[in-house]
Ligand binder design. Structure first.
Ligand SMILES: [Zn+2]
Length: 258
């Protein structure tokens, strides 16, 4: 039997090989991650003035139980934008408060975590580390890839370049240029973890002071709260003292020290 016609026809299909390879690469998780990052970076470089918007990639964020990764943070006088990219295909159904969102491809549907909730933790952590108000930090979700929203989405859930429009819609300056520099430096120099630790220690310290104070102000006899009172008569008239709030049931008093 002569195989050469088959061989020849197979040979004529050579172009399928790179095509298959290309498809395999495009579908790989790693490539999707790279693509997502690429899209965000390119759009940012193309559309956002780099003197105004500072794009920081791959930020390691400390958490109570380890670390988590944020793809992109954009720091500007118009606020700190925490960008979460989602490479999910198909029809997307979801709303602000739903815990799980739905992805539908033909007849298959999958649930995935509401990206707003996912990003909420990131923004809250950053907010507390950097001491920012709610109005100074914005959560932005960017869907990339072949998907379509099938339910109305809040403004900060965007598709592709839409995230640029969302960022540009914030036109009120809420962070001073000095603070923008400071925040950018903290994040770029990887100082978030240390700041987080200091912040946590500071919070603990404040809490212990509050607890100590609360302890001091309880009546040693009955545990009721002590209240500051004034001596009404006698030589000590007008002098403050700590009296038990359970008076007259408890007549305990404690000297007031300045
Ligand atoms: Zn008492």
């Amino acid at each position: 039997m002569d195989f050469s016609p088959i061989f020849k026809s197979l040979l004529s299909l050579w172009y399928l090989i790179p095509l298959f390879l290309f498809a395999a690469i495009v579908n790989s998780r790693r490539f999707k991650g790279i693509l997502g990052e690429f899209i965000v970076n390119v759009f940012a470089k193309w559309k956002l003035d780099k003197d105004v918007y500072h794009l920081i990639k791959n930020v390691t964020l400390p958490t109570e139980d380890g670390t988590t990764q944020i793809d992109h943070i954009i720091v500007s006088v118009y606020g700190l934008f925490v960008v979460e990219t989602k490479n999910i295909k198909g029809w997307i159904f979801g709303s602000t408060n739903q815990k799980m969102w739905t992805q539908k491809i033909y007849k298959h549907s999958n649930k995935f975590q509401n990206p707003l909730h996912q990003n909420y933790k990131h923004t809250k952590t950053l907010q507390s580390i950097l001491s920012l108000e709610d109005s100074q930090i914005h959560s932005v979700i960017v869907f990339i890839g072949d998907s379509e929203f099938r339910t109305p989405m809040p403004d900060n859930v965007t598709y592709g370049m839409g995230y640029i429009r969302y960022i540009q819609s914030k036109t009120e300056a809420v962070i001073s240029p000095e603070q923008v520099n400071e925040i950018t430096q903290i994040i770029e120099e990887g100082r978030l973890a240390r700041t987080f630790k200091n912040h946590r220690e500071h919070v603990k310290h404040v809490q212990s002071i509050v607890a100590e104070k609360a302890k001091k102000n309880l009546c040693p006899k009955c545990g009721s709260e002590m209240v500051l009172r004034e001596t009404k008569k006698g030589d000590n008239k007008g002098k403050p003292f700590w009296g038990c709030s359970a008076f007259p049931k408890c007549r305990n008093i404690v000297a007031y020290e300045n």
